[in-house]
Write a protein that binds this ligand. Structure first.
Ligand code: ATP
Length: 957
């Protein structure tokens, strides 16, 4: 009932249809809302109940039945189905039903596993909830996008994803990328117009459609459609969606399986022809051919790959890295360069102003964190200390300059105005919650509020006396923010600007000196002060002011191009994240170069890079870390860029376009590049990078859309963790393949030998199916749960072009295949001779193969280390699998029904002794082989390091 009502409401929402031909006030009336105040919380809740959440229904291209049937759509399954039919045709009903049963169970397992993997990926997608800024109860608040209702007043700014269909009521240079909707990749400029009713969707300039991305500017709009009643909802209904489970690796493996199947079919046909030619009965020959075909196909492989990838994705999510595109899981393991932002990723993004330069005075500020307690002291004259306590009763008054906001008389006028400017040109809030001071908004701005409070400025009073009229918001490429304020006490309005020093200083002609008077700007002196601050790793902001006529209502970028008065500098500390220091070191050990690409000043960036340990031999020149600015980068010819990019550790004042150039340059040197980004303009670089990494907290929706991976904690250490997990995923896949192929190889060899020698088959097709299916699920899949190996980050990155199986691994697969052959065939012949009965002899042979696989599973837990290095109990899943498999084998051997179905028979203690001896031999031989290889590798490594130190020694000398 409720759903039906909702559907009707959604339809009525739909039929309210287009709003582009109505003036804004009519839309507001129609939707019973208020542009200034928004909806009330109660009304929003009522409408949410009525219209339902603002989401699109999950929509799959195929229903469960079809997805189940797809499990049979596989060349090797065709082979098995054909075998079923022919076996039935030959009257072998039990065998036919067992083969079909196994195929069916396999399809069920495949279906369940695939659904689970898809569900896990879907769950990840829903972890990436977006939020929207709306007006409710007269306040601007952030709400989950899915709670948006028709009538909601939504605020947009660059980087946002439009959360619903909006009729725009106010725009400021608003540009929206509607490519998701219209395919048009050039952003559309929006305007608050009334359009003719027949205007088509692509031309509705007064609407912003759900799912499109704001690339520039700001806007306010009224939600006129949510959920399915949006343009996106309509398209979504048409297209549907599927979770993509394919990656380059799965595709490679799929074609490998197909090739293998063809080869096997050829061999099976040959066996069949050979048998008939030798005059053996058709049924027997056919069964041998089927056995061969069944034995050599690694049935578990596709499922194992999907599951291993899905488990890897889950583990990465737990370590704060959400994978948006599955191939990234593989690529992460091959990453050779990580280009990271500085602020917030390598540093804590907890800013504290530590030094101030106002007029020709320099002040130090005490205190760390956001608590507004600390002294501001003039550096050279301690006696002039200005304590927060001394100026708590600060007042704001005007002096002779245009409209300085001045607090307490004890503060020098230049310092007073500098602090007030920082607090006014500011969108952050400084709040005390549960006894703790926090910042809502940009921490850079938060720090300016804290220091103003430390000087005793009453922020509420300040805002009352200097109400804001207009603002030019901060954008990365603009590098400044400006706000225009009316002066309550009369006189000119004043504009305050804050931003990167190089930018701000270009706009100023004059500067404010200590007593508040003005003189011609001494840019050189300012810049050397900046260098002094930045050399300490401080982030420096410049502040400036400009007077405007009292009635000025708007300002644009053109109005601040010239004629500003420089007020001073505020320099803040942003300490490195301790975990980033460790993560950078781990990356370097893993052969991954870490580069800092930041919008900040070069000296600040270099100082922080040095604190973080972002060096490495080749990144040094004359003992100093190589740092380069965007300007220097622009001057480098394209041909040399790759070499320079490779050599440089720090790139400062870099524009988003340069980020793209850097990624391309590094890729041209065959690097696999991970690149972080958070702004709208970072999207091209994120897309170009092999792994685009967006920030979950501080990043824009545009950046997240473009990224392959999103960090939920914005922390560099999470990238390192994801790389580690990526390497682990690849390791575990390789382990599965190295484990599974000898089963097929061993079985194939056993059958070929039997056929060649003309003996009875030691294992039958149904038994082979049993072995392949049960061991893959109960044993092999447990390798997907292997934790990362010790020393995984001490290896160099994997070359993406490198085949999965290296020479060493192929050798191992061949070795184990022959060990399985020797064990199974030997035990079969022995038992045949001893018991003179084929059934127990076959049962023993089956048990040899299974037990050999079981013991060999422990060998495969690491491809390079022995079990003693890995730890016997570090993966509990292995033990669960071993228990299940043992129980299954006992059932197969001793339960009469199973005996009938699988042509097995109980075996005695002696036979078990042989079985275990054969299995343990496999384990011991492989373990010894691994140990010998390890010793050899160590010897090679120590020889290499001796050679290297001799070389260094010679060079130093
Ligand atoms: P990163 O690129 O490592 O995150 P960043 O935060 O310094 O570093 P941007 O956000 O591009 O990079 O900022 C560039 C410069 O703009 C900063 O160094 C600073 O001088 C200035 N800036 C940053 N935030 C603001 C702000 N809210 N208002 C004014 N200027 C700012």
């Amino acid at each position: 009932m409720e759903n039906a009502q909702r559907e009707r409401d959604a339809q009525s929402q739909d039929s309210m249809g287009s709003h582009h031909h109505l003036p804004t006030h009519e839309v507001v009336l129609l939707l019973e809302t208020d542009l200034a105040k928004g909806l009330s919380s109660e009304e929003a809740a009522r409408r949410l109940e009525r219209f339902g959440p603002n989401i699109l229904p999950k929509f799959r291209r195929h229903g469960p039945l079809l997805r189940f049937l797809f499990q049979f759509h596989h060349p090797l399954i065709y082979v098995l189905l054909a075998a079923t039919v022919v076996t039935a045709f030959l009257g072998e009903w039990v065998d036919a039903s067992v083969i079909f049963g196994v195929v069916f169970v396999n399809a069920v397992m495949g279906f369940i596993q695939e659904s689970r993997a898809e569900a896990a990926l879907d769950a990840l997608a829903s972890m990436m909830k977006t939020e929207a800024r709306v007006r409710r109860d007269g306040q601007t608040v952030r709400v989950p996008s899915e709670d948006l209702v028709p009538g909601e007043v939504v605020l947009l700014e660059s980087g946002d994803k439009v959360p619903a269909d909006l009729r725009l009521a106010k725009v400021r240079e608003l540009r929206v990328d509607e490519s998701a909707l219209t395919g048009e990749s050039v952003p559309v400029e929006k305007a608050d117009l009334v359009l003719p009713p027949e205007t088509v969707v692509a031309d509705r300039k007064n609407m912003a459609f759900s799912g499109s991305l704001v690339t520039y500017g700001q806007g306010v709009g009224v939600a006129v459609g949510t959920g399915v009643a949006t343009e996106l909802g309509r398209i979504h209904q048409l297209m549907g969606e599927t979770t993509q489970l394919a990656t380059p690796l799965t595709k490679k493996l799929a074609s490998f399986s197909t090739g293998l199947t063809v080869a096997i079919l050829g061999m099976a046909a040959l066996t069949f022809a050979l048998g008939l030619w030798r005059g053996r009965p058709a049924t027997e020959v056919f069964m041998a051919a089927v056995a061969l075909a069944v034995s050599a196909i690694p049935e578990g492989l596709p499922a194992a790959v999907t599951i291993t990838l899905a488990i890897g994705v889950g583990r990465m999510a737990r370590r704060h890295a959400i994978i948006r595109k599955l191939p990234a899981v593989e690529t992460l393991g091959s990453t050779t360069v990580i280009c990271s932002d500085k602020t917030g990723t390598l540093t804590k993004n907890e800013m504290t102003v530590q030094a101030i330069s106002a007029g020709d005075w320099v002040f130090d500020v005490d205190g760390a964190g956001y608590e507004p307690v600390g002294e501001i002291r003039e550096r050279s004259a301690e006696s002039q200390g200005l304590s927060a306590e001394a100026s708590l009763e600060g007042s704001v008054s005007r002096s002779d300059s245009p409209a300085p906001a001045t607090p307490h008389v004890a503060l020098p006028p230049a310092l007073r105005e500098l602090l007030a400017a920082g607090a006014l040109c500011n969108d952050a809030q400084h709040l005390e919650r549960d006894g703790r001071w926090t910042i809502v908004g940009d921490p850079t701005e938060g720090a300016l509020l804290v220091v103003a409070k430390k000087a005793g400025i009453d922020l509420n009073r300040l805002h009352e006396q200097f109400p804001r009229v207009e603002a030019i918001p901060f954008e990365s490429e603009r590098q400044f923010m400006a706000t225009l304020h009316r002066v309550k006490s009369g006189g000119d309005s004043v504009l305050y600007l804050k931003g990167a020093v190089e930018k701000a200083i270009r706009l100023c002609r004059r500067m404010c000196v200590a007593d508040g008077t003005e003189q011609v700007l001494d840019a050189q002196a300012v810049l050397s002060q900046v260098d002094a601050f930045a050399g300490r790793g401080l982030r420096v902001l410049a502040l400036a002011r400009k007077a405007f006529p009292a009635d000025t209502a708007t300002v644009t970028e053109c109005d601040v191009e010239d004629g500003l008065t420089f007020l001073g500098l505020q320099a803040m500390m942003d300490p490195p994240r301790p975990e980033a220091v460790a993560a950078v070191r781990a990356c370097q050990q893993a052969g991954i170069a870490v580069k800092m690409i930041t919008g900040d000043h070069a000296l600040t960036a270099r100082a922080i890079a040095q604190q973080i340990g972002l060096d490495g031999r080749k990144h040094h020149e004359n003992g100093a870390l190589i740092a380069m600015t965007g300007q220097e980068l622009a001057a480098i010819p394209q041909a040399e860029l790759a070499e320079v990019a490779d050599r440089t550790a720090v790139f400062a004042r870099v524009s988003p376009e340069q980020k793209l150039r850097l990624v391309e340059a590094l890729q041209s040197r065959r690097h696999v590049v991970a690149m972080t980004g958070d702004g709208v303009n970072d999207a091209p670089a994120l897309k170009q990078a092999d792994i685009g990494v967006a920030m979950g907290r501080g990043g824009t929706e545009v950046a997240k859309e473009a990224a392959d991976m999103v960090l939920t904690d914005d922390n560099f250490a999470s990238i390192e963790a994801a790389v580690e997990e990526g390497r682990c995923v690849f390791d575990n896949l390789t382990k599965f393949i190295v484990w599974t192929l000898p089963t097929n190889g061993g079985e194939g060899l056993v059958l070929l030998t039997a056929i060649a020698f003309g003996t009875a088959l030691p294992v039958l097709p149904v038994q082979i199916l049993w072995i392949n299916m049960t061991t893959a699920v109960a044993l092999g899949l447990m390798l997907a749960f292997e934790p990362t190996e010790p020393g995984i980050m001490m290896r160099p990155p994997r070359d993406p072009g490198q085949p999965i199986l290296t020479g060493v691994l192929i050798e191992r697969i061949v070795l184990v295949s022959f060990l399985v052959l020797a064990g199974a065939y030997g035990v079969f012949l022995w038992e045949l001779d001893r018991t003179e009965s084929i059934l127990p002899a076959r049962t023993a042979a089956v048990n040899v193969i299974v037990m050999a696989e079981l013991f060999y599973l422990f060998n495969c837990r690491s491809l390079e280390l022995t079990m003693f290095h890995v730890g016997l109990f570090s993966n509990p899943w292995i033990w669960r699998g071993v228990t299940v498999m043992t129980v299954l084998q006992l059932l197969l051997t001793y339960v009469p029904a199973m005996n009938r179905l699988f042509h097995t028979a109980p075996i005695d203690g002696f036979a078990w002794g042989l079985v275990l001896a054969a299995a343990v031999t496999v384990y011991v031989v492989v373990e010894v082989e691994t140990w010998l290889r390890l010793q050899w590798k160590r010897r090679m490594r120590s020889a290499a390091s001796t050679r290297r130190s001799a070389y260094d020694h010679r060079n130093d000398a």
